[in-house]
Structure formats: C-alpha cells, structure tokens
Design a protein around this ligand. Structure first.
Ligand code: SF4
Length: 352
C-alpha cells in the first residue's frame, strides 16, 4: 500500500483522479502533511468521505518508524529507522552552532556494495535501494527532531549508508520532494549528494540541473593508493573522476567538496598532500579532511588508525600553502557510532 511520501503533487493528483476523487485535494493533503512534518491528523482535514475511506486499505500516511534513538554527548542523535517494506537504515541529526539550525545525514540504500575498506556501512553488502518515499521519510523524522529542539534542518547530506548514484532515480525524486516549497521546502543549495566516484552518475546528476552540491569521496590522490581502500577505483580512475566532478561544478555552478579520510601511513604523506593539491587546480571545491573513526577490520582484513595530530596538520598546511581551501570535519556522535563511516546495517526488520 503506498504512503503519502510516495507521491509528488502531480502523481497524487493523478492517483486521486483515478479513484474519482477531486484532484484538488492533493494539494491540501500534501501541504498539511509536510507543514506538520509528517504528523497529520486526518480528522482535522476536510477530505471528503471517499478520500477518507482510502486511508483504510489503499493509502497510508507513513511507511516508516523510529526503532531506536541514540543521543551522543554533543547533541548528535542517531536514528535507526525501520520500513514497512522491510529493512532499516541509520540517519543522523546534528545540531548546528547556530541555535536555530541543524544538519541531517540520510541514507540512500540499505547497506552498501562499494566496499570502501574504512567504512562500516559496507560490511554486510547491499540489501536493497530505498524508495524515494523512504528517503523523504528520513528527512521528515530528522525535521521532527529539529522542530522539537526549536531548530530546523538547514542542510541535508546524502552521506549515510549507500551510494546515491546507484539509486539515482529515487534520490532525484526524493530531492525534488524535499526541496519543493510546498513539501520539504529545503532549498536545493542546502542539499549535498555524496559519491565514491560513479562517473556515469555524476554526469547524469549534472544533466538533472538540480543545483545540489556534490561531495566526492576521494580519500587518495593516486590510483595505486585509492584502489587499495576504494575498490571502485579499479573501474573509474582518479583523473576520470576528477574531470567528472569539475564538469559537474561548472555545469551546475556549485562548489564541490572533496572528502578525504586520513588514514595513518596510507594516504597522509606530504607527497600525497601535494598530489591532492595538484588535482585541485582550477576546481571550485574545498577539501574536507575527515578523521578516521574506528570500525575494526575492513573488508580486506586491514585495520587502520588515525594519523598523529602533527601529521594531520602538516597535510593541511601543504594544502593551504597551495591555496586549497581546507577544513577539518568535526567528529560528531562517535560515542554512539554515528560518525562518518560508522553507520552500519542493522538486521532489524519492522515487526520482527
Ligand atoms: S564510504 Fe560510502 S560508498 Fe564507501 S562503502 Fe561507505 S557508504 Fe558505501
């Protein structure tokens, strides 16, 4: 049975017409649903008998619920969200420095097939793609947390479980609903889609002209190192990925982010910092240095460690000395395993 999040305005209008119900109810229904962050009292809306009856077996309000909620000392909250269709994902709520804002991190797949060696999300492979509605519902759960915290979700990243480019139809449909002024009402520019470097997906997303930002999980500036920690590099090489990302930034007029998880003795040398700076030439992008968050052994059996503070600073200094805008990603929620690379597939099914 479909839920309200499975529809945009035109598809709900078409659905209602197909049921011989006035299409104009669609705007009222979706407007009230999203205005109330997915919490809707059907009895308070004048829906008409026929539409009201559809909620008894043909249409439902929601298709997910929060199974567990873990709060970290820094205010980060990790949600385990279960879906009626089966499976669950983790989404993360992060209060911002500004007292009225928060950031959200959502998943696009249950699990991930990409096999990055420093990431927990891939340890059980991929179970399935999330539907557009399931992606939208993560945003709504996070928005509700924000509302209760007197904040609003001001930025949203697709950096949870999964590779968004391998579920692009549903990701694009979900973004359309999340950004729509009558629905999620989050501007395009507040949304970032992260990819490990699926070139065909980057090219397609550029054609969509959504003006969402791109984050490229590069993690190494040379093919030899990258292939060891990011298996997709065997298919798409660094030069090809960087060209696609640069073209994306040009076509969409957005500023991209290069994500770089520093691993001691693997990708943190001065030489690699210079190689990364070379790659950044002529690219409207900044580098985000991510401290490695421990996940135990990766799929290859290797274990990794954070570089020393001295090494991290030396790496950053080289980049900054070469005029590359460089930030450090603050570690959030690591005490509840909500930090980057720590989200993992939970074998909890709804109703189980
Ligand atoms: S880093 Fe991203 S693409 Fe790589 S395995 Fe983890 S979730 Fe998948």
């Amino acid at each position: 049975m479909p839920a309200l999040t499975d529809y945009n305005l035109s598809s709900l209008e078409a659905q209602l017409s197909g049921w011989d119900i006035r299409a104009s109810h669609a705007r009222r229904l979706l407007g009230a649903f999203y205005r109330n962050t997915g919490e809707i009292d059907l009895d308070s809306l004048e829906l008409g008998k026929m539409l009201r009856a559809k909620f008894n077996g043909d249409l439902k309000v929601r298709q997910s619920r929060i199974l567990t909620q873990s709060a970290a000392d820094d205010g980060t909250i990790k949600l385990l969200i279960g879906f009626d269709a089966g499976g669950s994902v983790e989404s993360v709520y992060m209060p911002a420095y500004r007292a009225d804002r928060a950031a959200g991190c959502i998943s696009s797949q249950i699990g991930c097939a990409m096999g990055c060696d420093f990431c927990a999300s891939t340890k059980n492979g991929v179970e399935r793609n999330l539907s557009a509605g399931e992606i939208v519902e993560q945003f709504l759960h996070l928005s509700l947390l924000a509302r209760r915290d007197n904040r609003r979700i001001a930025s949203l990243v697709f950096m949870g479980m999964g590779e968004p480019m391998l579920n692009l139809d549903n990701v694009v449909a979900a973004i359309d609903r999340i950004a729509h002024p009558m629905m999620g009402n989050l501007g395009w520019k507040a949304i970032t889609v992260s990819t490990v470097g699926i070139v065909s997906g980057i090219e397609r997303l550029a054609q969509e002209k959504l003006k969402v930002s791109l984050a490229l999980s590069l993690h190494a500036p040379d093919d030899e190192t990258r292939a060891k920690i990011v298996p997709t590099n065997r298919k798409w090489r660094v030069a090809e990925i960087m060209n696609a990302a640069k073209e994306y930034a040009r076509v969409t007029d957005t500023i991209s982010t290069i994500e770089y998880c520093l691993l001691a003795g693997v990708n943190d040398s001065d030489e690699q910092a210079h190689l990364l700076a070379d790659l950044m030439e002529g690219f409207r992008a900044h580098v985000n240095l991510i401290p490695y968050n421990a996940i135990g052994a990766g799929l290859s059996g290797a274990t990794y460690e954070k570089p020393s503070q001295h090494r991290v600073e030396s790496f950053a200094q080289i980049l900054r000395g070469r005029n590359v805008i460089t930030h450090f990603r603050r570690t959030r929620g690591d005490d509840v395993s909500a930090a980057c690379g720590q989200l993992k597939q939970q074998l909890i099914q709804l109703g189980a």
